[in-house]
Structure formats: structure tokens, C-alpha cells
Design a protein around this ligand. Structure first.
Ligand SMILES: CC(C)(COP(=O)(O)OP(=O)(O)OC[C@H]1O[C@@H](n2cnc3c(N)ncnc32)[C@H](O)[C@@H]1OP(=O)(O)O)[C@@H](O)C(=O)NCCC(=O)NCCS
Length: 172
């Protein structure tokens, strides 16, 4: 397994993987038709300047991607980044998410300007919540009925956070 920076040429694979993942109700917020290759390429380009966009390759094929994206450009929240992680269909449950999240946390720990990493996960996504807790993320908030599925039912979102600065202090 190899972790490397995403390239704009990866956009089609990443977009297809998110589209496929989004077919499972309650996984991703967007629906399959709401993913566009051009948006993936644009984001990869943007995060090459400010943030981190990584992919995992196994046997030469891209099997997962994850990103840490600055929350905003205003000064008061310039220390905040948002985490997204997607292990591609057919590759989950094989330790790939663990490898990817470790690499993203390493990046955050090595960037002293990053002091808060946040995410939102569907409350029904037990695998993801388990993974995040394993890496020190704590549940911070609950967003009731934030996701509405195609059948009209709702799922709550859980807000989770991890503070790299606290981890840096613990290691010194
Ligand atoms: C959630 C996700 C990132 C986890 O990555 P993964 O590669 O499948 O996870 P790993 O194989 O590294 O396993 C991580 C941990 O989760 C546990 N786990 C795996 N599936 C689980 C499940 N269904 N329920 C509870 N825990 C589970 C593993 O046992 C492991 O824990 P351990 O190390 O304590 O044994 C991945 O499944 C995924 O991308 N799913 C689709 C997209 C998604 O849901 N993204 C998150 C959106 S917020």
C-alpha cells in the first residue's frame, strides 16, 4: 500500500468512487448525480496550495482518498480544517482507512497552523465513527435530521473534532 498526493488526473476515479459510495443511503451527504469530475480536479488543485489531498494505491490502483480542507479564508477560523475520507467500494474493512487517516493526521500534526480538525458523519455510519474515535476524534455535537434521504426519512449528523495541538504537546 502506498499513500501519495492526489493528482488532477485522479479526478475521474475519485468521482466515480464517491458516486458509487453515495448509492448506499446514509453514507455520503451528496447523491450520486451531484458529483462532478471537474469539481474533484479543481479541489485537488486548490488543496495542493493550502491543505492536503491524499490517495492510497494498492497494486497500482487508487483504492481510497482523503482530504483536509481549510474551513474558510477568514482569520478567525484559519486554524480549522475539515476532514473527508472515502475508502472505495470493494476495499473497505481491510485497514485502508486506518492507513489513510494516519497519513492525514501526520500532515495536520506537521502543520502548526492547523489547530482544529472537524468533520460531520452520519449517525448511522458506525464504521466511520469507530475509526474516528480510534484516532482521537471526540463527539462534539449532534445535528438532528440534518440529512434527508430519498425516501423522505432523516438521519442525524454527528460533529466530531480532533485537536492536533493537544496531541503535539502530549508527544513532547
Ligand atoms: C468509514 C471508512 C473510512 C473506514 O475505512 P476502512 O478502511 O473500511 O476501515 P479499516 O479497515 O481501516 O477499519 C477501521 C476500524 O473500523 C472497524 N470497522 C470496520 N467496519 C466496521 C463496522 N461496520 N462497524 C464498526 N466498526 C467497523 C474495524 O474493525 C477497525 O477497527 P479496529 O482497528 O479497532 O479493529 C470506510 O469504510 C469508508 O470510506 N466508507 C465509505 C465512505 C464513508 O463512510 N466515509 C466516511 C464519511 S463521514
Amino acid at each position: 500500500m502506498r499513500v501519495r498526493k492526489a493528482r488532477e488526473a485522479d479526478a475521474a476515479i475519485l468521482c466515480a468512487a464517491e458516486r458509487e459510495t453515495a448509492r448506499i443511503p446514509g453514507r455520503l451527504l451528496s447523491q450520486p448525480h451531484e458529483f462532478h469530475e471537474a469539481a474533484f480536479a479543481r479541489k485537488i488543485g486548490e488543496l495542493a496550495q493550502a491543505g492536503s489531498y491524499l490517495v492510497v494505491e494498492r497494486d497500482g490502483a487508487v483504492v481510497a482518498h482523503g482530504l483536509l480542507e481549510p474551513a474558510a479564508t477568514i482569520a478567525a477560523i484559519a486554524h480549522v480544517v475539515t476532514l473527508t475520507i472515502v475508502v472505495h467500494p470493494g476495499h473497505t474493512g481491510q485497514g485502508i482507512g486506518t492507513v489513510l487517516l494516519r497519513a492525514l493526521q501526520d500532515w495536520a500534526q506537521n502543520n502548526v497552523g492547523v489547530e482544529r480538525v472537524e468533520l460531520r458523519v452520519r449517525a448511522s455510519n458506525e464504521a466511520a465513527i469507530h475509526l474516528y474515535k480510534k484516532f482521537g476524534f471526540a463527539e462534539e455535537s449532534r445535528f438532528y435530521k440534518r440529512a434527508k434521504l430519498a425516501d423522505g426519512s432523516f438521519i442525524d449528523d454527528i460533529g466530531m473534532t480532533w485537536f492536533p495541538a493537544a496531541d503535539r504537546r502530549a508527544q513532547t
